[in-house]
Design a protein around this ligand. Structure first.
Ligand SMILES: [Cu+2]
Length: 112
């Protein structure tokens, strides 16, 4: 009886240890631009701190450009694909736009 229990606990411990480096501390947020004239974030940060921003740039005529306190990151207009940025958010408002169409392809979020 004892050995299977210990084996199970060991397995859980190992899986937990393996999961830590990949997942843990840094929350991930997803941004998408294109393929049409749309730009969005699936969910938006609400707290200051370091995040990973994973941007899916699905168009060669749009980009994803995030600016705000201490942050200025963007994908290129011409290229497409997925790009990951690690950024540290401070209290304040952040805006994300597509630079060529920033009058209407835009969004924002505020962290505290
Ligand atoms: Cu655009």
């Amino acid at each position: 009886m004892k050995r299977p229990l210990i084996a199970a606990l060991t397995a859980v411990g190992a899986a937990g240890a393996l999961a830590l480096p990949a997942g843990a501390a840094t929350p991930t947020f997803k941004g998408t631009v294109g393929p049409g004239f749309t730009i969005k974030m699936a969910s938006k940060p609400t707290k200051a701190g370091t995040i990973k921003l994973v941007v899916a740039d699905k168009s060669s005529i749009h980009n994803f450009h995030l600016t705000g306190p201490g942050v200025n990151v963007k994908t290129s207009v011409a290229s497409t694909g997925t790009k990951t940025f690690t950024v540290t958010l401070k209290k304040g408002t952040y805006k994300f736009v597509c630079d060529p169409h920033k009058s209407f392809m835009k969004g924002s979020f505020t962290v505290s």
